[in-house]
Design a protein around this ligand. Sequence first.
Ligand SMILES: C[S+](C)CC[C@H](N)C(=O)O
Ligand SMILES: N[C@@H](CCS)C(=O)O
Ligand SMILES: [Zn+2]
Length: 332
Amino acid sequence: MGLEKEVPPQPTLLEDLLAKAGGCAVIDGGFATQLETHGASINDPLWSALCLIKDPDLIKKVHLEYLEAGADIIVTSSYQATLPGFLSRGLSVEEAESLLKKSVRLAVEARDEFWDTVKGSPGDEYNRGLVAASIGSYGAYLADGSEYSGWYGEDVTLEKLKDFHRRRLQVLVEAGPDLLAFETIPNKLEAQACVELLEEEEIGIPSWICFSSVDGQNAPSGESFKDCLDVINKSSRVPAVGINCAPPQFVENLISKFQEWTQKLIVVYPNSGEVWDGRAKRWLPSACFGDDKFELCAKRWHKLGASLIGGCCRTTPATVTGISKALKERSS
Ligand SMILES: C[S+](C)CC[C@H](N)C(=O)O
Ligand SMILES: N[C@@H](CCS)C(=O)O
Ligand SMILES: [Zn+2]
């Protein structure tokens, strides 16, 4: 018997995209808030997931807008789509699972249709996009603003958080996304639940885990990001960590800090700077970044060490056009 030849590991789709994108890929912008721009009414406990029931065509349209704007990665509409959330609206388990799958299918269809029209076009402006299945935090499901406080109450244990996330994670993965995007994680316990679940379920696609932040220093729970990252650093299933839906003013400092505390890729997609009032369910005006500021900052964030850059709530396709332009100029 001859010696087994060692097969070198194949680059993942994410590694491949990063190489093609010159080391920094563009993530899309605010999804739910762009649905609202088109008139969707999502002031509802299901928030953007309501559109999976009411207006799936609009979901696909928004994905296409972000691809057109230059997003290399589009994030699915499943942020606040959960089994208990759908069941509480009278849907059956089968219907709820089918809506979760639909969130991935709509993004995959948009990506495939867009790629069919642009691949091989002169100028080589676009990369084949990747689909990241959004997994919003437990706080997002609670719909009480706790993704920005990190306070879930005494009775929320590690096991309870894993139970909450497990079936949705399985269903989303079965639907065939390229990546998983854990979004607005506000505390260490939930980061640990995500890491343990990925291991227990032997998830084979890469994930990023992003935290929200309300003070620019710590996780919303007040726990240090160093402690939160220590939990994630142990996992080989999470190649990227970062920040989403925090004000853009916090990003520069947080990239530098994350660089000290992790070897993983750093992902940043801040919101516009407006602040979510979880009780009144509206965005309060605050120090905002315009699209031109995002364009300037994208270059700087990449120089500081971010490898995945986009926008979150209240950013738009125009924001992503700016980010994409900035990052593509850099690599040309
Ligand atoms: C990222 S926040 C603006 C999402 C909405 C929140 N989970 C709610 O339902 O109020
Ligand atoms: N992917 C979600 C995140 C909300 S914080 C969205 O953009 O709507
Ligand atoms: Zn957001």
